[in-house]
Each structure stands twice: as C-alpha cells, then as structure tokens.
Design a protein around this ligand. Structure first.
Ligand code: G6P
Length: 585
C-alpha cells in the first residue's frame, strides 16, 4: 500500500533521491504523493494527486521524507496527500495505517488552537508532536505522540531543528538502510536496494532515530536497543524490468529459474518442516488472494501425494474459524510480501493460543517472516507487478516439494519440478506467445469469462480467473467443474468463453464432460491440456508431468491476462484500485 522513502546524510540531492525512491515503490499502489525536505529552518514541500510523472522542483537538501498515499481517511486530494505538517511547518509526518482514535485527538488539538489543513487521521501526529516539543526533545516527543495513537500504525517524522528523522511503528513495515554516514528509511527493501544492502528491519513497538548516528528504542518506554544489521541477498537488477516492457511479463519469465532453484536447493528446508508437520495435530494453510489459491492447491497436493489431511481458509476468514486452535495446531502462512494484515491478524491470535507458526514468505525480515517459529523464504526475488505470478508458482513448488518430502519421495519431486521449469520455458517461446496474444485479443472483447478445473486444478481455475480480472478488468469467475450445473451454467450463452484446465490426470474425463456441457449451450472452450480434445475451440498445449500441471498450466493464463490488459490499454503492473501489499483491513 502506501510507500515511504526518507533520507538523511551528506548528499544534497535528497529531493531527487526521494522521488526516485518513491518511484521504485510505485508498484505498491497509490493515488497521490508528496515529499518534504529541510530548507533552512523550515520545510519545503511538494504534494500531488495522481502518478509521479515529470520530476520534482524542491530546493537542494540533505534531509527529507516522501510518501505515496493510498487513500483511507479523506479523499484523494493534494491537501490529504502526505507529508502533513505542524502549524509552524517545522515538523513533517508520513503515516501508514489507521489512527483509530484520531477524532478524539483532533478535537483536543483543535481546542488548543491547532490549525488543520486536511481531512486525514495522520494530521493529528505533527500537531501532537508540536505540543510535546515545547517541553521535551524531538525523540521523546515522537515517542509520546506515537504512544497516544490507537490502531496499527507506522510513522516517519522529519524535524528541521534537530535535523533528524524519527520513525516508530506497531504495524506496517519499515526498514532502515545503513549507508556510509547516511541512512535511508523505506516501507520495503526494494526502495533501498540501489544504495545499500545493509538493512535493519524495524520491529513492532520500536522507534529509530536517524541523524548523524542511529539510535534504536523500544516502545512505549523508550529503552535503548542494539540495532541488528542484516544483509539483503536481492540485487538491484532483480528489481528492474531489464529488456521487458512490464514487470508482470518479466516476472512470468523469471519462473523457470526460481523453480529450478527450489528443486535444487530446498531439500533440507522442506525435510525440517516435515517433522514439524508430522508432530502437529491439525495443520492449516492460510494466505490471501493468490497466496490463498496456493494454499488450496496445497490441500490437494497433501492429500494426493502425502496422503495427509490439511485444511485451509482465506486468511481473512481464518479469524472466525480459529476457536478450535490449540497448542498443538500448526498454521502455515503463505505470503509474498509478508505484510498482509489479513494474514498477520489470525497469526497473532493463533500465536496467543500457543499454536506453532510456519512462515513461507518472499520478503526477508517482513512481519509474517518474523512471526514464524519456523521460516522459509520463497527465493522469488522482488515481485513488483501487483498481480502475483512468480511468488505464486514458487509457493506451489515449495508445497509440491513438501508434500513429496512427507512420504520420503523428495528426489521424485525434484526431477518433476525440473521438468516443469523446462516446460514453462517452452510455453514462453515466441511462437506460443504470439498464439496467446491472438487469443487475448478475442477474449478481451468479452464481458464474462469462466474458468473451470477439478481436483488440484480447481485452485488453478480460481487463480486463473483472478489473474484475468485483476489486470484486464474482464469479469472472470473460477469454478469447480462439478459445480457448474448447480447454478452457474445458467449464465452460459452463445459465445461465452470458458477456460478449461484439463491435465491428463483423474479429473480429465469429468472436466471434458463439463466442457461439453458448456459447449452444448453455445459456450466457447479454451482447453489447457496436454491432449487436444474435439470439444476445444482453442487449444493451449501444456505437457503433463504428474501434478506439476498445477504450476505449468498457470503460466499461459498469466501470459493471457497480461496480453488482455495490454489489448485493453491498461497498465498490467498497476491495476486500478489494487495494492501490492495490503496492510490495512
Ligand atoms: C494483494 C495483492 C495480491 C496478493 C495478496 C496477498 O491483494 O494484490 O496479488 O495475492 O495481496 O499478498 P501476499 O503478499 O500476502 O502474498
């Protein structure tokens, strides 16, 4: 969601660096943006509605902060864009999260004569700090103001008098980049990567002060802590588009390498997890959006391969399902960002009950990563397109390895995954892309599309539909093949397209029958299979390799969704209304 970037050091081009830093975080989704830098004794500020085009026209400075806003409190206006200032314009504040008691705080501040310029909850913070600095230092003032806020929040404050940045959080991610006598602060490591790979992940209830030196404190009391510097293994090239037009297609092409890496290097990690799962009484996979679809696939893979029952629910629903959790329950959380609040909430509750948590995430140091009693990284590298592709197949590959590990068949899993990687490379060959582009042209003209699958491919039907609707805005609904005739078939009319996932497994005959039922009612069938069936009007060939079709068959649909977005003139990397990392409920 909102992006944050701040700098303090000796470079004089802070405005440009912050602008560039925020551009690097654009993928998180935003509707307005703003930057404040120190300009003598005051702050110079620029805020705008819409995308970050052009450049920045702020004076030279070596200290400042910037923010991309995804509106929650108050409409999308320049006045509501961050940073927000105190009355004297010496303190600027950025904020991610929701201040639940902002109305009460605001009424108090108004009574004291503070002037508000926006409708946001955030603006209470600079005014609160302004009051505190009259009687104590800047760091204590930020601490005391932050302690008054209710809800899950992260704030970053710049102060002209002390020439420093102070940040505090009890929700939403913040990471500090440690350079040579300079510091960076951002909402995720991708922003910091161009400058340094030495980072400190701020934990909840911690506060950091960045000036000539760095000081870390715990909240609410402010005791000094020792900062732990970690090294990021991602590199800047991984976070750039390179020869590709968009991140989405670049990330689709990253998939074979990632899957090979998992096949070749994850055996020990999955073996370790096997024991944890074996000892648990009740295992639950949870995730949101695409990650939930991976969870659902995991349930089928565990049943089919490991002969083991595991359960799943969308993370946002798990809150209402977890009354039965005990100390012996195991929750396996899947997440790309590691910051999805819908996942963090139920995990927090499960942890309180003493249940064990396994985090399988892409982002080192993220909240969900840290919450895990056992942790595993996806190794997918930075994923910047909002619609998740490579993090999804990485999750599937790990679940695949894990389910084989449960029955001592890891070597089988490894070779199947290597074959899957090869098949993805074949699918992504130029001639196949041309065919998918042609099909995308036709499908993008449709109002409704259906996707169906059975067994493990049911999760693929849901994920395929999500991918298409996310980036092309064409209404696409994923269904279990068998559920069609229990209602949705009423919607099929002449020319309605249906994408049918038909791997040559035990679902093949039944799903082909479902396809025939749709065709008989005028539907157009796009078959994704290793074998061409007469029922298919269009055929997307994907070779089978024993349940890895769940991975390979997802790839042409990712490509199809990408081309559909282009066909309709949309930016596939930044779909409307969506954010990459959803840190509010
Ligand atoms: C958002 C994104 C989705 C993603 C979901 C879960 O809704 O737009 O692409 O699948 O969050 O994200 P996570 O980072 O937890 O995998």
């Amino acid at each position: 969601m909102c992006g944050i970037f701040g700098y303090t050091g000796s470079r004089q081009d802070a405005p440009e660096m912050i602008f560039k830093g925020l551009k690097g975080l654009e993928y998180r989704g935003y509707d307005s943006w703003g930057i404040a830098v120190k300009n003598g004794e005051k702050l110079a500020i620029e805020r705008k509605v819409g995308k970050m085009t052009g450049g920045i026209s702020l004076p030279k400075s070596n200290l400042g902060i910037g923010h991309t806003r995804w509106a929650t409190h108050g409409g999308v206006t320049t006045e509501n864009a961050h940073p927000h200032l105190d009355c004297a314009k010496e303190i600027a504040v950025l904020h991610n999260g929701i201040i639940e008691n902002f109305q009460d705080l605001k009424s108090e501040l108004l009574k004291k004569g503070h002037k508000f310029r926006s409708e946001t909850d955030t603006e209470v913070v600079p005014h609160l700090i302004e009051d505190f600095v009259k009687k104590e230092g800047f760091v204590d003032s930020v601490k005391d103001a932050f302690n008054l806020l209710k809800g899950l929040n992260a704030i970053v404050v710049v102060d002209t008098k002390s020439s420093s940045i102070v940040a505090a959080k009890n929700g939403s991610p913040l990471v500090v980049g440690v350079g040579d006598n300079e510091y960076f602060i951002a909402s995720d490591v991708v922003g910091i990567l161009p400058y340094t790979r030495d980072v400190i992940f701020l934990k909840d209830n911690e506060m950091v002060s960045l000036g000539k030196t760095i000081s870390l404190f715990s909240l609410p009391m402010g005791e000094k802590q020792n900062p732990v510097v970690e090294k990021i293994s991602w590199n800047i090239e991984q976070a750039e588009k390179g020869k590709f037009d968009h991140f989405m297609i670049k990330e689709i092409f990253d998939q074979p390498t990632i899957i090979r890496n998992i096949a070749q290097n994850y055996s020990d990690q999955v073996e370790d997890l096997r024991e944890v799962i074996d000892n648990a009484k009740g295992t639950f996979f949870i995730g949101a959006g695409t990650a939930y679809h991976a969870c659902l696939a995991g349930v089928y893979l565990f049943s089919k391969i490991a002969k083991k029952h595991v359960n799943t629910a969308p993370a946002s629903e798990f809150n209402y399902l977890e009354d039965f959790l005990t100390k012996e329950s195991l929750i396996i959380a899947l997440s790309q960002s590691g910051e999805t609040i819908d996942v963090i909430e139920p995990l927090t509750r499960a942890a309180k009950k003493g249940s064990l948590i396994v985090s399988i995430v892409n982002s080192l140091g993220s909240t969900i990563y840290r919450m895990g009693n056992y942790k595993m990284l996806l190794g997918a590298g930075p994923e910047k397109a909002v619609a998740s592709t490579k993090a999804y197949t990485a999750k599937l590959a790990i679940l695949f390895m894990l389910s084989f590990a449960m029955v001592d068949k890891l070597s089988g899993a490894r070779s199947l995954l290597l074959m899957a990687a090869e098949e993805i490379e074949r699918i992504l060959k130029k001639e196949n892309l041309v065919t998918l582009k042609e099909l995308a042209k036709k499908l993008s003209k449709k109002e409704h599309i259906y996707t169906i699958g059975r067994g493990v491919s049911f999760s693929l039907a849901l994920e395929g539909a999500l991918k298409i609707k996310e980036v092309s805005y064409v209404h696409t609904e994923g269904l279990a093949g068998g559920e069609l005739k229990h209602g949705p078939i009423a919607l099929i009319e002449k020319g309605t397209p249906c994408i049918v996932f038909a791997p040559k497994d035990d679902t093949y005959d039944a799903i082909i029958s479902n396809a025939a039922e749709i065709k008989a009612r005028g539907g157009i069938i796009v078959g994704v299979s290793s074998e061409k069936s007469p029922v298919f009007d269009y055929f997307i060939e994907v070779k089978d390799s024993n349940l890895t079709s769940i991975i390979t068959q997802s790839v042409p649909i990712q490509v199809l969704a990408y081309y559909m977005a282009l066909e309709k003139g949309y930016d596939p990397d930044k779909p409307r209304n969506l954010a990459k990392s959803v840190t509010v409920k």
